[in-house]
Design a protein around this ligand. Structure first.
Ligand code: LLP
Length: 420
């Protein structure tokens, strides 16, 4: 009987060593993806750059890996920035995003001399300029624009549509007012524009539409204010493989049409090529991770359904309950056995919606078996909670078949640490 091998490691042995639930992440996979970005994007074009969208999965060790592999990171909060600082991430390679940054977060970004701040609205621009004056610094910014495109993904992960909380709206010349204000702000250096259309995309059309809209803004900015756009950040959103979804595409599938479109549109309007930045998160780590669970119980409702209760669920992976996300899973200690039954994988929270997978085909299973849920590298650990006072799992990183702990398992005392 053989066990499920992930990143050259026997997952059942990992469970014996670290217990469950357990996030397991392959460093080799992450390094391969970044290598692909370097080879097929960064080294292929002049004046382009990539940053890892750290909201997908961030620990100090992850920040160190990303830095060692030579790309930047995007952060969206003081906490993500703090993690990067503690991992000695070079501050000039950080892009600070967020639609609602606090005064303290802006101050933290300024004091630490973060490379670029992506400004979401005019109010923020004003606050940032005042703060920059106080610290006698000039801040590099990009404006996030709302391109107003509709996209084919779950409503909660669409971001570029007209009615969006993200970015400066394009209607009624708001963006030109914003550009003029930035140009006239003493302590602001406007470098260009950013958009992010949405997440888990398997097609390119929305990026291409948004590029057209973004370059139109560049063109008008040049005409109206003689403003030369130095950077255009086209966001992330490149999709990966989950259950029933399409396969992950090579990075070039996204970046080649993006670059062609930008090059041809800039040349049509006689604009100089700005630096082009991409920000993939999920594409780099999504398939790098799995989660291992113990099966606590198997319960059959005659003629209806068999519920398989695991020792995790919604707190370590909220995506099925939030977005109806689909996952593939296998019984790690029974990979050779034929799937014969259909079961439902139920999380342990006191919540009907805490179902990790509806209708999974498995071999005959029993309590004590190990479930491996695949493609959990992105937006699982980073979105984990302590609902029902459940401690967060440990995270183990694997490199060349050798495992090491990068985040310790939480204890009950960790959960109570700040309680008075
Ligand atoms: N850049 C910006 C400005 C973003 O807002 C995002 C994601 C990214 C880059 C990276 O997107 P990615 O390449 O990972 O698709 N929690 C959701 C995903 C939310 C993504 C929000 N922004 C999920 O679990 O599907």
């Amino acid at each position: 009987m053989s066990n499920y091998i992930f990143a050259q490691c026997d997952t059942v042995e990992l469970v014996k060593k670290y217990d469950t639930p357990l996030y397991v992440v392959s460093e080799d996979y992450i390094v391969d993806r970044i290598a692909e970005i370097k080879e097929d994007f960064i080294e292929k074009y002049d004046n382009v750059w990539a940053v890892y969208a750290s909201k997908a999965f961030l620990t100090k060790e992850m920040a160190r890996i990303v830095n060692r592999e030579g790309i930047g990171i995007d952060v969206v909060s003081g906490g993500e920035l703090y993690t990067a600082i503690k991992a000695d991430f070079p501050m000039d390679k950080i892009i600070f995003h967020g639609n609602s940054k606090t005064y303290e977060e802006l101050e933290m970004a300024i004091i630490n001399e973060v490379g670029r701040i992506v400004v979401d609205n005019l109010d923020e621009l004003h606050q940032l300029n005042e703060l920059a004056k106080k610290y006698d610094k000039v801040i590099n910014i990009l404006y996030r624009i709302t391109p107003g495109v509709s996209i084919d993904t779950h409503k909660y992960i669409q971001t570029g549509q007209v009615d969006s909380k993200f970015g400066v709206p394009l209607g009624e010349d708001r963006i030109y007012e914003a550009i003029e204000k930035a140009i006239n702000s003493s302590n602001i250096n406007l470098l260009g524009f950013h958009f992010h259309v949405g997440s888990q995309l398997h097609k390119n059309n929305t990026h291409l539409e948004a590029i057209e809209i973004g370059i139109n803004v560049m063109r008008e900015a040049k005409e109206k204010f003689d403003f030369e756009t130095k950077e255009l950040n086209v966001g992330g959103g490149f999709g990966i493989k989950y259950a029933d979804s399409e396969n992950r595409k090579p990075i070039a599938f996204f970046t080649e049409p993006i670059m062609e479109k930008i090059i041809s549109t800039c040349s049509k309007f006689k604009l100089n090529m700005p630096k082009i930045i991409i920000e993939p998160g999920r594409w780099i780590v999504g398939e790098a991770g799995i989660t291992l669970y113990n099966i606590n119980s198997v319960k059959e409702i005659p003629n209806i359904r068999t519920y398989v209760g695991i020792d995790g669920g919604m707190p370590d992976n909220p995506r099925p309950s939030l977005y109806n996300a689909k996952y593939e899973a296998i019984i790690a200690n029974k990979v050779d056995e034929k799937p014969t039954e259909l079961v439902t994988i139920a999380g342990k929270c006191c919540e009907t919606g805490d179902i990790l997978i509806w209708d999974l085909k498995v071999p005959k299973i029993q309590s004590g078996d190990i479930l491996a849920v695949l493609s959990t590298g992105a937006y699982n650990y980073s979105m984990a909670s302590n609902y029902n006072k459940i401690p967060k799992p440990a995270v183990v990183m694997i490199k060349d078949g050798v495992d090491r702990i990068i985040v310790k398992r939480e204890t009950y005392d960790d959960i109570l640490r700040n309680e008075v």
